[in-house]
Design a protein around this ligand. Sequence first.
Ligand SMILES: Nc1ncnc2c1ncn2[C@@H]1O[C@H](COP(=O)(O)OP(=O)(O)OP(=O)(O)O)[C@@H](O)[C@H]1O
Ligand SMILES: [Mg+2]
Length: 481
Amino acid sequence: MAERVFCVDFGTAYTKVALRRDPTADSTLLACAGADLDFWVPTVVTVDRCGAEPVVEFGHVAADRIAGGGIDRYTNFKRDLFANPAPVAGAPAAPPLDSLLSSDEFVTLAARYHVPPYQVTALRSLVGSARALIAAPGERAVSLEATKQANAAKLTSHYFAWLRKQVLAACEKLGKTGLRFEDFPVRVSVPALLPSDVAEQPGCKLLREALHRAGWPLHSDRPFVAEPESNAVGVLTGATNALNVDRNKMLLGQMFGRGPLNTVVKGDKNHQTYRALVIDVGAFTTDLTSLWLDTGGNAFLFGTDGGFVVKQRSVARGVNNLDAEVLGALSQAKREYLEKLPRREFANFQRAAYTDLNGIRPATTGLGVIGGEGDRTVIDPCILAFGARVAEEVKTFCAEVKPGNMQELILTGGGCGIPAVRNALIAAAQAHGGEFIRVHAPVARREKAGGPQIDGELKEHFARGGSALGGASIYFESQYH
Ligand SMILES: Nc1ncnc2c1ncn2[C@@H]1O[C@H](COP(=O)(O)OP(=O)(O)OP(=O)(O)O)[C@@H](O)[C@H]1O
Ligand SMILES: [Mg+2]
């Protein structure tokens, strides 16, 4: 339980951080150092081994470093942390020693003997590396995965320690508030890759240890929240928090009671059911959420009369897959050039090649425009194929949930910034879910008219920051229910 909280949306490509400084304040995004123009921080770490001592950099500085020549660049460690959330049927079981080392009992035993958590992680990594060298082929696959995950846990802990300094520095810039930001607990939004409680995913166990080592006090009641649900809450509440201070109860009607939902909760015989369908296409996962409400046509008071029925799922498909397909389809020279680009410039390429459709022109390479007119015949099919695959996931998800007779569609994440992908998702959701009274989605700067109607244009704060904003909502604080 917490009156004040940070929520970190630990994105594979970009981390976003929101703050709720008290229960009645709206949640706000923090611009960390180096991210002054936007609020997202690249989830990147580099280690420069050129000098006598290795130099470790993070975020924007790391993202601008080029890998090679003694510099190692680590990206996608969130993906590695959450990869293989559960044993695959028919896959060889983890070796008993690995099971022991990753068990809760071992962690408890280590704590009893005052073995610091980083040494436990190092031991796991050591055993994983040793097995990779000597194991039989079946065992090797398992332990290589374990090693990758252990390395990701180490990087995550360093990254979060750095992030904490950035966040506290950003809070200092808020002026004299008299608040002790260093004591605020943190909640992290994570993918929902398993149908069970998100906190039970092996990735969350590793994340919990990493946060502890990095000095973040964890939210005692709910340290993790599922990305799909927090995103839905962030967008639908518009990041507002409303509390009846006398009764210490949140006013969910006020927080959610905008637009179509307002009509339904007032009690409308023609609109007895409401559904918000939220689709977030990130770098690693696509997150799908359905928030469902049935009022029976009567006035509905959130809390007293219940709340949303939430169904959510994250699938391991995101813009990283599109990037890989596009790089594979371009000429070798262009691919090699793009692979070496710093993150910020690669993001410029993504926007130019997938959204603005005009490409980038490197100054010195003699490669001409990359991603422009001349490359459309190879890039457009990749975008269409990617959009079609994500649309299939949407159709499968929609087939599992009931449509409501008042519905909203909300499209977020960097992938929904790509008009062709976004339009494919709108078509898929409509094909299987009926009419939407309102479609909220990002609209590209130079987008031509003629696509599907988008009546709720989502600005980047919500399109990219919705999950952090929602995770900081009092909606997730049981003390106010
Ligand atoms: N308008 C755009 N056009 C093309 N690509 C974009 C656009 N906006 C963002 N992206 C890219 O989309 C990807 C996903 O961004 P996002 O911030 O949603 O990912 P994330 O939250 O870090 O990932 P995940 O939630 O899967 O862990 C990034 O690679 C980003 O650079
Ligand atoms: Mg995301």
